[in-house]
Design a protein around this ligand. Structure first.
Ligand code: PMP
Ligand code: GLU
Length: 397
């Protein structure tokens, strides 16, 4: 006898990014040297003063349950930081600290979507969005965007996708997986449609501090009056402070939603790790020079990767304004044989590249965009150099 799975999880897919990273780790464990560009996690150590705050929290016995929605000091620090940096005013009661931004997203969808509601998601999109929306019973409506427009959703395309069931627009700028960033006027045009059509927005701003060159970040609610009460912001410490394993993310939302998310969290997970919350507090309130140091290094890698992609015949990518991903077009290389093996899609391409050249990337199809592959440049220059040498070799074979 087998225990039947619930209907809602039957078709749920595992995270493709984590699956590729696991494949790369397996290969490494078998003794292979792998050039791993699969996972979007900073390769830097969590800065010393943040680790020290965790050690201090342990020593002070801060090892018990906290308020389920997070320690008041961290909520206060998060809202003050948003006020200072973006000019947005939130009460600490509008902030919920969760077990990573992924958990924040899940709870935000769960508290705001009903079965059948439609959520507009511009593709390419981060792998977990569509699955998390489906877990809440809602329907992801995927809109393809163009590489020629740096993979940005246009107001026109948004307008055309709206139906009476549309409830929410999901935005991620800078974007995972494309690295593209919306300009102020792009966001304003979307904001006007949002206001006119009475939509809600979930703005995932987790890459807001990883911005390159002259590009600028605009927090979505700042663009027009009336947006803050219809926007849920998600952010966290994972990317900005190289703290992926600490599992701290947060939501800033209208108070009724934040309160319900806090109740949900009190039933499902209780508080996020107490020690991690004190570490996150040190991250948000402490010396920010670590962010600039990491950004400078990411920026060099981004320029390097852009140069390598441009130098390989048949590859291209959009301008990477932020985050640490290169989403490169491999369409010219599909439908061909590599050492006798026919490769027709991005999944086959990535698996063959890993098998033959030990370079781990993630297939575009996992992000809703066939014909592309994603390379994370949150890894060393040496690793990037070897990986792109091998990609060039692979394509030449
Ligand atoms: N949103 C985006 C766009 C991401 O790339 C990630 C990466 N994991 C997350 C949310 C979740 O981050 P966290 O590690 O805080 O769960
Ligand atoms: N967000 C990162 C990525 O896209 C980490 C893995 C994940 O959570 O999906 O690679």
């Amino acid at each position: 006898m087998t225990i039947a799975l619930s209907k809602i999880v039957q078709n749920m897919q595992p995270s493709a990014t984590l699956a590729m990273a696991a494949k790369a780790k397996e290969l490494k464990a078998s003794g292979e040297t792998v050039y791993d560009l699969s996972l979007g996690e900073p390769d830097f150590k969590t800065p010393e003063h943040i680790c020290q705050a965790a050690i201090d929290a342990l020593a002070a016995g801060r090892t018990h349950y906290t308020v389920a929605s997070g320690i008041p000091e961290l909520k206060k620090a998060v809202v003050e930081e948003y006020q200072k940096r973006c000019g947005l005013t939130y009460a600490p009661t509008s902030c919920v600290i969760s077990n990573g931004a992924k958990h924040a997203l899940h709870n935000a969808f769960f508290c705001t979507l009903d079965p059948g509601d439609e959520v507009i998601i511009p593709a390419p999109y981060w792998v977990s969005y569509a699955e998390l929306v489906k877990l809440s019973g809602a329907v992801p409506v995927i809109i393809q965007t163009d590489q020629a427009n740096n993979f940005k959703l246009t107001a026109e395309a948004l307008r055309q996708a709206i139906t009476p069931k549309t409830r929410m627009l999901l935005l991620c700028s800078p974007s995972n997986p494309t690295g593209s960033i919306y300009r102020k006027e792009d966001l304003e045009a979307l904001a006007d449609v949002v206001l006119e059509k009475n939509l809600f927005v979930l703005a995932d701003e987790i890459y807001d501090r990883l911005i390159y060159g002259d590009n600028k970040f605009y927090s979505f609610p700042t663009l027009r009056d009336g947006l803050q009460e219809r926007t849920i912001l998600v952010n966290g410490v994972s990317k900005t402070y190289a703290m992926t394993g600490w599992r701290i993310g947060w939501t800033l939302a209208p108070e009724n939603i934040a309160k319900k998310m806090a109740s949900l969290q009190s039933q499902e997970t209780s508080n996020p790790c107490s020690i991690s919350q004190y570490a996150a507090l040190a991250a948000v309130t402490g010396d920010q020079s670590c962010v600039a140091t990491m950004l400078a290094e990411f920026s060099k890698r981004r320029d390097y990767v852009a140069g390598r992609v441009a130098g390989i015949p048949g590859l291209s990518c959009p301008e990477m304004g932020g985050a640490f991903y290169c989403f490169f077009n491999i369409k010219e290389h599909l439908g061909r044989k590599y050492n006798g093996v026919q490769i027709d899609n991005s999944e086959q391409w990535c698996l063959e590249l890993l098998a033959k050249k030990k370079v781990a990337t993630v297939m575009g199809s996992a992000f809703g965009a066939e014909g592309y592959a994603r390379a994370s440049f949150a890894t060393s220059m040496d690793n990037l150099a070897m990986a792109f040498d091998r990609i060039a070799e692979f394509l030449a074979e």
